[in-house]
Design a protein around this ligand. Structure first.
Ligand code: FES
Length: 206
C-alpha cells in the first residue's frame, strides 16, 4: 500500500466511525464515560467536506479522555495523556516500526520538530487521524495500562480488531502488524491554550 500523506484522506471504504457527532469518549480507570460536552464552532457539512478547518475547545478534556471531531470526512482524535502514559512511551521504542517518526509523511514537520516520539505539539495532548493506516478502519482506544488479550504487556494505545494492528498512545505502529506506518497527525495549531484548530498549520515562527 502506498504511504499516506497527512493531507490525503485514507480509503473510506471500511471506516467505522460516527460521522455526525462531536463527542468525548473513553476514560482511563474505572467509570468509563461518554460525555458530550464540547463546545464547537464547526462549519457546515458541505464546508467540512471541502476541508474547512474545525475548531475545538479542550478545556474540559480530562486525562484519558478522547474528543472525536470530523475533518475532511475523517475522524480526528484529541486525547489527553496522563503522566503514566507518557512515561510508558519510551519503553515501547524497541517494539515499534518507526519510533522516531522518520517517515516524514506521517506528520507535519512542525510536529516532528516538537517531538518525533510524542508526535504532538504539547506533551500531554495527542492529535491524530483516527484511521488505521492498513485499510482505514477506525481502531479502538485501549488507553489503560493493563494486560489485554492481544498484548499481556499493554501500555495503552489503539487496537484495530479487523487485522490486529496495534499503535501506542502516540499513534506509533508496532512491529509485526499489517499497518505499514504510524497513525497520521493532521495539520493543526493552538489558537490559545485550550483551543485547537484542525486543518491549519501554525503561523510561521509560532
Ligand atoms: S484496517 Fe487496521 S489492521 Fe486492518
Amino acid at each position: 500500500m502506498a504511504n499516506q500523506g497527512v493531507n490525503d484522506p485514507i480509503n473510506t471504504g471500511r471506516r467505522r466511525f460516527l460521522t455526525a457527532t462531536t463527542a468525548v469518549v473513553g476514560a482511563v480507570g474505572a467509570g468509563f464515560v461518554a460525555v458530550p460536552f464540547i463546545k464547537s464552532w464547526n462549519p457546515s457539512a458541505r464546508a467540512k467536506l471541502a476541508g474547512a478547518p474545525v475548531t475545538a475547545d479542550i478545556t474540559g478534556l480530562a486525562e484519558g479522555q478522547r474528543l472525536i471531531l470530523e475533518w475532511r470526512g475523517q475522524p480526528i482524535w484529541i486525547v489527553k495523556r496522563s503522566k503514566a502514559i507518557l512515561d510508558a512511551l519510551p519503553t515501547l521504542d524497541g517494539h515499534l516500526r518507526d519510533p522516531k517518526s522518520e517517515n516524514k509523511d506521517q506528520q507535519p514537520e512542525y510536529v516532528f520538530k516538537a517531538s518525533p516520539e510524542l508526535r504532538s505539539l504539547k506533551p500531554d495532548i495527542s492529535v491524530l487521524v483516527g484511521l488505521c493506516t492498513h485499510l482505514g478502519c477506525s481502531p479502538e482506544m485501549k488507553a489503560e495500562i493493563r494486560p489485554e488479550p492481544f498484548d499481556p504487556e499493554w501500555k495503552g494505545g489503539y487496537f484495530c480488531p479487523c487485522h490486529k494492528s496495534r499503535f501506542d498512545m502516540a499513534g506509533r505502529v508496532f512491529q509485526g502488524v499489517p499497518a505499514p506506518i504510524n497513525l497520521l497527525v493532521p495539520p493543526h495549531h493552538y489558537e490559545n491554550d485550550n483551543t485547537i484548530v484542525i486543518g491549519v498549520d501554525p503561523a510561521k515562527g509560532a
